[in-house]
Design a protein around this ligand. Structure first.
Ligand SMILES: Nc1ncnc2c1ncn2[C@@H]1O[C@H](COP(=O)(O)OP(=O)(O)OP(=O)(O)O)[C@@H](O)[C@H]1O
Ligand code: NI
Length: 347
């Protein structure tokens, strides 16, 4: 997606120490990125189209909310960026994490494990994983695990470092003495957020960072992500929670059945959605009457054949969204100024 007005970055890059003036470079650029999974066992020969030709851009100062129903490919997209997909995954296209200058860019999809582990994870891209609790080691306290991340990424650790991180994410430092099984889901979630912030990475990918949190903590977590953007970091916020996204997102990308179907500045997309799927998602919000989208998304193993037959597979599910221009059936995302939409021209 293209950005609205973007502030220039004027600070040291963590690698080159160069000072960058003028228009900022994207922090993250996805270009025709696709992820497929080859199934095995009884389903051998079938292919899951989990992410299809994604094109997105994240710039300093942006919180880009990636929204869409369960199973549309959001987590797979995030995991692919960090090289965390299983061996049956097949990747195509490009995803670059941008440095202060072009020489510092890293192509993530073809990066070696050595580059991903040594230069990307935690350093260039911080990840708050989905179901954070399962990412903690059961036999060590939360404090021991956070302290280890601090030592690894900062090269040293002072007594106050871990407490300071805990406080930043709204966690009582005393809670860090607990083992993961003694933490509530919300506490584990905040430990994960704290871990992602250790090296102050330019990009934070947060996959459902508010699962298990009550509303005040949801708001606090969202505000924390918003503060990162205010300091010229970029946040890719994956969430089901459109209300939470609305609170901090500067931009939105709506995903349906593995494809990004609409992108644009958050306010415009929320206030005047173009794609009937975005309209449907917004109508399902409590304040808009909880009207669910009828039917189900297509099976991602059938997607190729369905798209060849129908083009826009959403109109196949819901052919008659009121107030939305008819679909011309293509799947390609077409730009109109700083917004883009697939299949359905602006109305
Ligand atoms: N290792 C895998 N092998 C085969 N299919 C997979 C694999 N991992 C994920 N998938 C499939 O890829 C699709 C996208 O999954 P993904 O987890 O990205 O969805 P999501 O949008 O993040 O959903 P949720 O909001 O529930 O987390 C799903 O159909 C899922 O079953
Ligand atoms: Ni359509």
């Amino acid at each position: 997606m293209t950005a609205g007005p973007v502030k220039a970055v004027s600070e040291s890059s963590e690698e080159g120490g160069a000072v960058l003036d003028g228009p900022s470079r994207p922090l993250l650029s996805l270009d025709d990125m696709s992820v497929r999974f080859a199934l095995g066992g009884r389903r051998a020969g079938e292919t899951v189209h989990a992410v299809t030709e994604a094109r997105l851009e994240l710039r300093p100062g942006q919180v880009l909310a990636l929204v869409g129903e369960s199973g549309c490919g959001k987590s797979v997209l995030a995991s692919a960026l960090l090289g965390l997909l299983p061996a049956n995954a097949w990747l195509r296209g490009s995803a670059r994490v941008g440095g202060a200058a072009a020489e510092e860019d890293i192509e993530l999809l073809s990066a070696s494990e050595r580059v991903l582990a040594g230069r990307v994870r935690g350093r260039r891209v911080g990840l708050v994983p989905q179901s954070a609790a399962t990412h903690l080691t059961p036999v060590r306290t939360a404090r021991a695990q956070l302290a280890e991340t601090v030592r690894e990424l900062r090269g040293h650790e002072d007594d106050g470092d871990v407490d300071e991180l805990a406080e930043r994410v709204g966690l009582d430092p005393a809670a860090l003495e607990h083992y993961p099984h003694e933490l509530s889901g919300g506490m584990a979630q905040r430990v994960a957020v704290a871990s992602a912030l250790v090296a102050d990475p330019p990009v934070v990918v947060a996959d459902e960072p508010t699962t298990g949190l009550d509303r005040p903590l949801v708001d606090r977590t969202m505000d924390l992500l918003g503060e990162l953007a205010n300091r010229n970091r970029g946040v890719l916020l994956i969430t089901h929670d459109l209300s939470a996204a609305r609170r901090v997102a500067t931009h939105v990308a709506v995903m349906y059945a593995s494809r990004v179907v609409e992108t644009g500045p958050a306010e415009e997309v929320f206030d005047r959605p173009w794609h009937p799927y975005t309209v449907g998602l917004l109508n399902a919000l409590p304040e808009r009457g909880f009207e669910p989208i009828p039917g189900h998304p297509p099976a991602l193993t059938e997607l190729d054949a369905l798209e060849r037959k129908w083009g826009c597979v959403f109109c196949q599910r819901r052919p008659d969204t009121p107030g939305v221009a008819a679909c011309d059936g293509t799947t390609e995302l077409v730009s109109y100024g700083d917004r883009a939409v697939a299949a359905h021209p602006p109305c």
